[in-house]
Design a binder for this molecule. Structure first.
Ligand code: BTN
Length: 267
């Protein structure tokens, strides 16, 4: 792909995320461009924001479709130090930041649906797509792209007619009229604040927020990995692992990256 030209370039007063912010009216996919720019560590912290995407990408090879201007369509490009390269850390960081911004702007509490959906009142308002590539640079071997699609202005009728009954937007849920660009700016500042905390080595704050927004500690859950589906009580969640007290007794440990899905068991 030949590199598209941003309609505007801005610089936020952040430590890292969005120091350089490229805005597009229309682009193929913010993630695709960010991945391409992942060959140059000088692009660390670059944020790419689009009003519309012609080939937005979602998880599991799905497409991500949104009406122009209706959503935050954002990708952040990072060359994180080793401790932050794990997808579990990156995903959680983004999902928690989205949750905090939603709380600040609407007063509503968002929940995280494992691994990386953000729900408000049971409706998915945000999806996150983490992609990584090698750089060939020994000092910065891995580029990580954090793609965030956050529905802002769509109406409930829009989701009904699009046959997306489980989707929502900040407007459809809170009735607050927010502007996607200013939501994006809040999000970039939030991401920056929490990234700085991670760079200082503080993972505990993020883990605590993650646990709270998952809302499943102590509950009967089902854990699904590539090879098994296990029921039990969720005893602990952290970057060290997901701990389940199995129905047969005994504590089972799963690396977070191995857990594809985690949901509350209905009795
Ligand atoms: C999901 O499937 O839930 C994840 C969706 C991620 C969509 C965002 S929109 C901005 C960025 N660019 C893309 O092409 N995808 C992500």
């Amino acid at each position: 792909m030949s590199k598209p030209t941003p309609s505007e370039i801005r610089s936020l007063s952040t430590l890292c995320i969005g120091r350089s912010l490229w805005l597009f009216d229309q682009i193929e996919s913010t993630n695709t461009l960010a991945l391409e720019l992942g060959n140059d560590p000088a692009n660390d912290g670059l944020a790419i924001l689009a009003k519309a995407q012609s080939a937005g990408r979602g998880q599991y090879g799905r497409t991500w479709v949104s009406e122009p201007g209706s959503s935050v369509l954002l990708s952040v490009l990072l060359f994180p130090p080793e401790a932050l390269r794990r997808t579990a850390v990156m995903t959680t960081w983004a999902a928690v930041a989205v949750g905090e911004v939603i709380l600040g702007l609407t007063g509503l509490q968002a929940k995280i649906k494992w691994p990386n959906d953000v729900l408000v009142q049971g409706k998915k308002v945000c999806g996150i797509l983490i992609e990584q590539r090698t750089t060939g640079n020994a000092d910065f071997p891995l580029a990580t792209v954090i793609g965030i699609g956050l529905n802002v202005t769509q109406t409930s009728q829009h989701f009904e007619s699009a046959r997306l009954p489980t989707a929502g937007s900040l407007f459809s849920i809170s009735n607050k009229r927010l502007d996607s660009e200013s939501v994006a700016e809040h999000l970039l500042h939030q991401l920056d604040e929490e990234y700085a905390r991670l760079l200082e080595g503080d993972f505990n704050t993020l883990e605590a927020m993650w646990k709270w927004r998952l809302g499943l500690l102590g509950r009967q859950v089902i854990v699904e990995t590539r090879t098994e589906k296990i029921a039990g009580r969720l005893m602990e969640v952290g970057f060290d692992g997901v701990y389940i007290e199995g129905d047969e007794g005994g504590l089972l440990h799963f690396e977070p990256e191995r857990v594809l899905h985690l949901w509350e068991a209905t009795r």
